[in-house]
Design a protein around this ligand. Structure first.
Ligand SMILES: Cc1ncc(COP(=O)(O)O)c(C=O)c1O
Length: 440
């Protein structure tokens, strides 16, 4: 007792206090379970461990591919979406941006700390901004003023300087001027074969591997032509029968990221022999498909990527036993500020569509409406054959199907808007309940 007191006096205050704290009750150890869990083994740091973790640069590419479950309807075809929005900066453009930068570096044309300048409709700018940040470059981006607010803000977030021009053509002219004045090095995505090469070494081989070499069609929206030329070239080298289908906006239509180039501005990456077919795309078809993909398939695609899916659905109506891959170049969240995905967007009754859009319009319409009856409007050339898909969709929802056929003796222009058909004296509608005949 005396020894304890003396020890307490000699010890510093904190220690004395601790000595006065009552001793914790003795814990009886729990009986060991029959199979005691073993503590996870933690690998200790070792030389080379850091290389076991990917850098953000190494995450570019290797994007997933998914099968559409509902929109293709009753078909022997497989329609796939290659989700390029899974790239780290959110679009297919991560591939060319990084590849162009690295190749220019390898050739000694640029080095860390230099200023890069580029004209871009948005996604390339974001991708370049990420690549420039990673590899230590300054970046000035010239954008058409129609670019969405999200894109501009994202580029700025990566540290790029943004300059707005009235149009895409004007931004390219401004770029040439800035380069002449020595204000920076231009990677020139429109005429840079490294753009095409990035898809030749990435997107193409990935699609080939992901489809086990069974791809029959690849569909891509076209801007610089890098995606379609590189991907198409690789796939055709593996199987010359693969059909390469490109999409451009219809006349006077504006779709972010893609162009119907005016003569004199067509990028040199374009090689007509590499593309089997070019389809026109309206903004309405692309936007409706974007909403439908999100609501029906759970795929949140950007507008031009949704357009590629829409064209894939059109192709699917023409062929059997095909494996059709649509390149979905970015995600829908890049377009939120445009209002395309607002709750009310597209809620109005579908307006007449071109014959060429008929099958993709049909798929969107059927999945968007949950009524007890479906009405299928069909107007001859380019539109026939939709009854099967309509019947299958109707059966799925327990609905009945009414086909409203437009009867006309002659058909001059299958691509003419259906609004023309409704003019007096151009024919007559015949209603037919066909559910029974179609086995619904
Ligand atoms: C949204 C979007 N879709 C499609 C494309 C077309 O891709 P490419 O330039 O490879 O033809 C682009 C190009 O910038 C784009 O931004």
């Amino acid at each position: 007792m005396r020894v304890q007191q003396r020890a307490a006096q000699a010890a510093p205050a904190a220690v004395r206090q601790r000595a006065r704290t009552p001793a914790p009750p003795t814990l009886t150890p729990a009986p060991a379970p029959a199979t005691a869990p073993t503590a996870p083994r933690v690998a200790l740091p070792r030389p080379g461990l850091r290389d076991a973790f990917p850098t953000v640069e190494e995450l570019v590419g290797h994007t997933p591919i998914v099968r559409l479950q509902h929109l293709p309807g009753n078909t022997t075809n497989i329609v796939l979406a290659k989700l390029e929005g899974h790239n780290p900066a959110g679009s297919a453009k991560d591939r060319p941006a990084l590849h162009m930068l690295k190749e220019a570096e390898r050739r000694g044309q640029i080095r860390r700390g230099d200023t890069i300048i580029e004209a871009t409709s948005g996604n390339t700018g974001i991708a370049l901004a990420m690549a420039a940040a990673i590899r230590g470059y300054k970046l000035k981006l010239i954008l058409p003023s129609s670019s969405s607010a999200e894109r501009i803000a994202t580029m700025t977030a990566y540290g790029a300087e943004v300059i707005l021009a009235p149009s895409m053509e004007a931004s390219r002219d401004m770029l040439v001027q800035m380069e002449r004045e020595g204000l920076g090095h231009c990677l020139d995505q429109y005429n840079n074969e490294d753009n095409t090469a990035s898809h030749y070494i990435g997107t193409g081989p990935e699609i080939w591997a992901q489809t086990g070499g069974r791809v029959t069609h690849v569909v891509s929206s076209m801007g610089t032509f890098g995606t379609i030329m590189g991907t198409g070239r690789y796939l055709k080298e593996r199987n010359p029968a693969v059909q390469v289908v490109g999409l451009q906006p219809s006349e006077h239509v504006s779709i972010p990221g893609i162009r119907r180039w005016s003569p004199g501005y067509v990028p040199s990456l374009y090689k007509p022999e590499g593309i089997d077919r070019v389809l026109d795309l309206t903004a309405r078809e692309a936007e409706e498909t974007a909403r439908c993909l999100a609501r029906v398939e759970g795929i949140f695609a950007g507008i031009s990527g949704a357009g590629a899916v829409s064209a894939a659905l059109r192709l699917s109506a023409e062929v059997d036993d095909a494996v059709i891959v649509a390149v979905v170049c970015d995600r829908g969240d890049r377009y939120l500020s445009t209002g395309v995905f607002n709750a009310a967007a597209g809620a109005e009754d579908p307006a007449p569509c071109h014959a060429a859009e008929f099958h993709s319009a049909l798929a969107r319409l059927l999945h968007g409406h949950a009524g007890p009856h479906y009405v299928l409007f069909t107007a001859g050339a380019g539109c026939e054959g939709g009854e099967g898909e309509a019947a299958a969709a109707a059966a799925l929802k327990g609905a009945a199907l009414l086909v409203r056929k437009f009867v006309r003796d002659t058909w001059d222009d299958p691509a003419a808007p259906s609004a023309d058909w409704q003019e007096p004296g151009h024919g007559a509608f015949v209603d037919e309940w066909v559910s029974e005949g179609l086995g619904v």
